[in-house]
Design a protein around this ligand. Structure first.
Ligand SMILES: Cc1cc2nc3c(=O)[nH]c(=O)nc-3n(C[C@H](O)[C@H](O)[C@H](O)COP(=O)(O)O)c2cc1C
Length: 147
């Protein structure tokens, strides 16, 4: 069974609603185990076939838990090369976080990133934006289910 991780942080629930939609879309694909949580150890990242990160933008950055998770994986030296990676998040005015995450997935971890530009939603996600999140999860799950 292929594994897909949805890892996210959310202080006021906006990115969390997006994460739920991404996971829901992914769960609609048979043969893919989907886990949605705040944190995964480096070994868990290495075991996944696809990793989708959700981070809101605070102080022009991804949030600390997301940054620390990526740093921990980098320090542990796990290989994520060639795995599928994507990012999404909610923001209020500048919205840097999802692009920052994608950049690291691509350039540091050499993951195969999907979704450029990433789904970045102003404050609360609207129904059509949640639909786009579902589509993203589904499309990534379909890609790893085919493996
Ligand atoms: C203290 C604070 C700092 C913030 N800094 C930024 C920022 O630098 N850029 C931005 O686009 N939004 C910023 N925001 C807005 C949040 O990204 C926005 O409220 C978002 O919807 C929060 O998502 P969440 O509910 O998943 O935590 C900030 C919000 C707070 C409360």
């Amino acid at each position: 069974m292929s594994k897909l991780l949805v890892l996210y942080d959310s202080q006021t629930g906006n990115t969390e609603r997006m994460a739920e939609a991404v996971a829901e879309g992914a769960r609609s694909v048979p043969g893919v185990e989907v886990e949605m949580k705040y944190y995964a150890r480096p070994e868990e990242l290495a075991e996944a076939d696809a990793i989708i990160f959700g981070s809101p933008t605070y102080y022009h950055e991804m949030t600390l838990p997301i940054k620390q998770m990526l740093e921990e994986a980098a320090k542990a030296g796990v290989s994520l090369k060639g795995k599928i990676g994507a990012a999404f998040g909610s923001y209020g005015w500048s919205g840097e976080a999802p692009e920052q995450v994608l950049e690291i997935l691509q350039n540091k971890f050499r993951m195969k990133t999907i979704g450029q530009p990433p789904i970045n939603v102003l404050y609360q996600p609207k129904p059509e934006q949640l639909e786009a999140c579902k589509k993203l999860g589904k499309s990534i799950a379909e890609q790893i289910a085919k493996k």
